[in-house]
Design a protein around this ligand. Structure first.
Ligand code: AMP
Ligand code: ZN
Length: 136
């Protein structure tokens, strides 16, 4: 994708604060972090989201997330981590090249990732379970 910023960053065409790199991924510091140490796992190949990235690469992405978050948790340091991955505009995706957020968390850090919970009604549960029946 010639106009994709993360394609350019991932292959090194645009410089970035790289904390980890291998054959398939680059992990960089987010330019506008949610917290100190917020990083992004970016595949070098362009896939828009979780639905289109091949299963094997998606699996590798989580292994990289684990590897890097484990090291960053030690060195930063922090008390916890959110691993977050947005798909679609309504879900907060702003860069349409698959990536995983690694967000270090600390007590009272004010990172706003909470949401309002709704109740899972019996009707809702039955409807959803019926919809997925036989799909896998
Ligand atoms: P999302 O909203 O899930 O698509 O996440 C995109 C993330 O990329 C945001 O947290 C941005 O701050 C970050 N971002 C956008 N452009 C850059 C860039 N050039 N370098 C580093 N991070 C970026
Ligand atoms: Zn891209």
């Amino acid at each position: 994708m010639s106009d994709c910023i993360f394609c350019k960053i991932a292959v090194g065409e645009i410089p970035s604060a790289t904390v980890y790199e291998d054959e398939d991924f680059r992990v960089i510091l987010d330019l506008n972090p949610a917290s100190y140490g917020h990083a992004l796992v970016i595949p070098k190949q362009h896939y828009e989201n979780l639905m289109t990235i091949p299963e094997e690469l998606a699996g590798k992405a989580m292994i990289v997330a684990k590897k890097v978050a484990t090291v960053l948790k030690e060195v930063l340091p922090c008390d916890g981590y959110n691993i977050l991955q947005n798909n679609g505009l309504c879900a907060g995706q702003t860069v349409f090249h698959f990536h995983i957020h690694l967000i270090p968390r600390r007590e009272n850090d004010n990172v706003g990732l909470e949401w309002n919970h709704i109740a899972l009604t019996d009707a809702m549960r039955d409807e959803i379970l019926k919809k997925v029946e036989g799909k896998f």
